[in-house]
Write a protein that binds this ligand. Structure first.
Ligand SMILES: Cc1cc2nc3c(=O)[nH]c(=O)nc-3n(C[C@H](O)[C@H](O)[C@H](O)COP(=O)(O)O)c2cc1C
Length: 140
């Protein structure tokens, strides 16, 4: 098993709905290739962890790196892992609700995400860099 964490920026015009659309197709492909992971989107920042067979993860990362829907991409960590940490997720997505009716949705998101980042296992460097980058983005 292999894990890779990166961060990037999405242009402000891209709505959460459009990111969800990217993930609809992404999940189908991930399911076929047995790629799992998690993506957190907050204030134009993306942090994503990919896990699977090394060649599949590297192949996918090559595509993601060249995807013009985001930019300023930084590879944070890549390395082996003894097991999957998101075995049931073709790609989990965490993003604040795109609904101005709930004026406090951003605050709720920050609280919930901070708690999740604190409680989650960080048994590999890829996981540690994933959750610490999520936390850094939440704190602005
Ligand atoms: C932020 C972001 C995350 C992405 N995550 C995935 C993913 O987990 N799996 C996937 O197959 N494609 C993902 N993509 C889409 C890929 O960049 C690429 O468009 C897709 O794999 C299709 O590539 P292909 O047409 O060359 O096969 C993501 C794109 C962006 C912008």
């Amino acid at each position: 098993m292999f894990q890779l964490t990166y961060q990037s920026k999405i242009s402000p015009e891209l709505t959460i709905g459009e990111i969800e659309n990217i993930l609809v197709d992404a999940r189908k492909r991930n399911n076929t290739r047995e790629i799992t992971g998690c993506l957190v989107y907050f204030e134009e920042s993306i942090v994503q962890i990919l896990e699977g067979k090394k060649e599949d993860v590297m192949d996918l990362f090559g595509k993601i790196e060249n995807d013009h829907r985001h930019h300023t991409l930084d590879l944070l960590w890549e390395g082996p892992s003894r097991q999957r940490y998101f075995p049931n997720w073709d790609m989990a997505l965490y993003a604040p609700a795109d609904d101005s009716e709930y004026y406090d949705s951003k605050e709720t998101f920050i609280t919930n995400m901070t708690l999740l980042a604190d409680l989650s296992k960080k048994t590999t460097s890829a996981l540690l860099s994933f959750w610490s980058t999520v936390r850094k983005n939440l704190n602005g």
